[in-house]
Design a protein around this ligand. Structure first.
Ligand SMILES: *Cc1c(COP(=O)(O)O)cnc(C)c1O
Length: 400
C-alpha cells in the first residue's frame, strides 16, 4: 500500500544475509491489510483503494507533446548531466520567482532530481556521517528515515502532534540530539497529516538550525495542491531560509507526473553542491526529453493544473461532507492530497481500517504505518476517480 510490499518477501538464498542497514528499517505494518485486500479482490469483490497517493488524472497533453517531440531528437538520446540541462534549471528559477518571489541562481542553487524522492533519500548521504543525527518528523513520508539509516546516521524522531498543529515541538528536542544533528527534515503541506505551516513556525526551525549548525531540508511536494484559494508558502521565502536550507520540489503531484520521475532541490548553494557531487557518482541525470517536458509543465498553460486542483477539492468535500452526515466529524484540509483524521471508535487504526475493508471493501491507510504518533488516525487519499470516491463514502457511511 505504500509501495514496499517486496520487503515482506520471505524468499531465502542460502548463505546470503542482507545488509544491516536494511534490517534497521521500520517494519512494514500493512501486511495484513494488503493480504485482506488481495483476498477480496481474488474473490471478485469491488475494492476501492483510498490508500495510495498517486494521481489518477492524466498528464496534461501539452507536456506529453513536448516529450514526444524531444524524443525524436537524437541529441537527446545520450547521457544527460547530473546537474540537468540549463534551460530546465532556468525555468525552475523563473518559476520560483513568479510563484514565491524567491530569486535563485540556476547554476548554483538549483539541482534537478530523478523525482524528489531520489534527492530526499540521498540527501543524508551528502551531509551526515555515521553517528550523526538527523531530525525526522514522525509520522512521515518514509524516505526521510530510510535515507538517514542508509547514511549510517541516526534518525531522531520529532513527533507531529495535533495539539501543536502537527508541527514538531522544537523545544522538546534534546540539546544533545540537536548538537549531533546535521539536518532536519520538514514537510509542509504535510504528508500524511495534511497540516500546513506558518512563517513563524518555519522561523523557529531556522533559529534552531542557526543555533546548532544543522541544515534544514524542506519537502515542498504539495505547495501547489491547495484549496479554497489558499497558497502555501516556500520555506525559502523567509529571509534566512536560503542561509540554512534547501527545499525539495516535485512535478509529480502538481502536473500528474508521478511516473515521469522529475523533481528538484533548490536553495543553499553549499548543500546543493554537496548533493550534486554525491549524485555525480550515483546517476547520470534525467532523460533529456523528460527535462524538456518539465519546462513545458512549468512554463506552459497552467489551466489543466487548476482543473486538477478543483477536482481534488470536490473529492475532499465529498468525503468530509459525506462522513459528517454519517456522524463522523472530519475537518477539511487546506492542502495536500490527503485527509488525516482521528479514528472515530476505540479500535486501533489497523483494526479500524481492516474492519472498513472487510465491511465496506474500502482501503484507507492506518496512521500508525507512518510512525507511532500516527496511531489513532487514518489517512484518506484523494487520488481515485470522483465517482469512486462517492461510492466509497456511501459504503463507509453504511459501515460506520
Ligand atoms: C509524493 C511525495 C513526494 C514526491 O515524490 P516524487 O519522487 O517527486 O514523485 C515527495 N514528498 C512527499 C511527502 C510526497 O508525498
Amino acid at each position: 500500500m505504500v509501495g514496499v510490499s517486496m520487503a515482506t518477501s520471505t524468499a531465502k538464498l542460502p548463505g546470503f544475509h542482507k545488509a544491516e542497514r536494511l534490517k534497521q528499517l521500520p517494519p512494514y505494518l500493512f501486511v495484513e491489510i494488503d493480504k485482506a485486500k488481495r483476498k477480496l479482490q481474488a474473490e471478485g469483490k469491488d475494492v476501492i483503494d483510498l490508500g495510495v497517493g498517486d494521481p489518477d488524472l492524466p498528464t496534461p497533453p501539452h507536456i506529453i507533446e513536448r516529450l514526444k517531440a524531444a524524443a525524436d531528437n537524437p541529441a537527446n538520446h545520450r547521457y544527460s548531466f547530473t546537474e540537468g540541462i540549463k534551460p530546465l534549471r532556468e525555468a525552475i528559477a523563473r518559476w520560483y520567482d513568479r510563484r514565491f518571489g524567491v530569486a535563485l541562481n540556476p547554476d548554483t542553487e538549483v539541482l534537478p532530481l530523478i523525482g524528489s524522492k531520489e534527492g530526499i533519500a540521498n540527501f543524508p548521504l551528502a551531509v551526515a556521517n555515521p553517528g550523526d543525527a538527523v531530525l525526522v518528523p514522525e509520522p512521515c513520508y518514509p524516505p526521510y528515515r530510510s535515507g538517514t539509516v542508509f547514511a549510517g546516521a541516526e534518525p531522531v524522531d520529532m513527533p507531529l502532534l495535533e495539539d501543536n498543529g502537527f508541527f514538531p515541538d522544537l523545544g522538546d528536542i534534546s540539546q544533545k540530539a540537536a548538537r549531533r544533528a546535521k539536518a532536519m527534515f520538514l514537510n509542509y503541506p504535510n504528508n500524511p497529516t495534511a497540516a500546513v505551516a506558518t512563517a513563524e513556525q518555519f522561523q523557529e526551525a531556522i533559529d534552531m538550525a542557526k543555533t546548532f549548525g544543522f541544515a534544514i531540508a524542506h519537502d515542498a511536494a504539495y505547495t501547489e495542491v491547495a484549496f479554497d484559494g489558499y497558497k502555501p508558502m516556500s520555506f525559502l521565502q523567509l529571509p534566512e531560509g536560503k542561509a540554512v536550507g534547501i527545499e525539495f520540489h516535485s512535478l509529480s503531484k502538481t502536473y500528474n507526473m508521478t511516473g515521469w520521475r522529475i523533481g528538484w532541490a533548490c536553495g543553499n548553494a553549499a548543500l546543493i553542491g554537496a548533493l550534486s557531487q554525491l549524485k555525480t557518482n550515483l546517476d547520470s541525470g534525467i532523460f533529456q526529453p523528460i527535462q524538456e517536458a518539465g519546462i513545458a509543465a512549468l512554463e506552459g498553460d497552467q489551466a489543466p493544473m487548476q482543473q486538477t486542483i478543483a477536482v481534488y477539492q470536490e473529492r475532499r468535500n465529498l468525503i468530509v461532507d459525506g462522513l459528517a452526515k454519517a456522524g463522523w466529524q472530519v475537518s477539511k484540509p487546506a492542502a495536500s492530497l490527503y485527509i488525516w483524521t482521528r479514528v472515530p471508535t476505540q479500535e486501533s487504526s489497523i483494526a479500524f481500517a481492516k474492519r472498513l475493508l472487510e465491511q465496506a471493501h474500502v482501503v484507507i491507510t492506518p496512521g500508525v504505518g507512518f510512525g507511532p504518533s500516527g496511531e489513532g488516525y487514518v489517512r484518506f487519499s484523494l487520488t481515485v476517480p470522483t465517482d469512486r470516491v462517492q461510492e466509497a463514502v456511501g459504503r463507509l457511511a453504511k459501515a460506520l
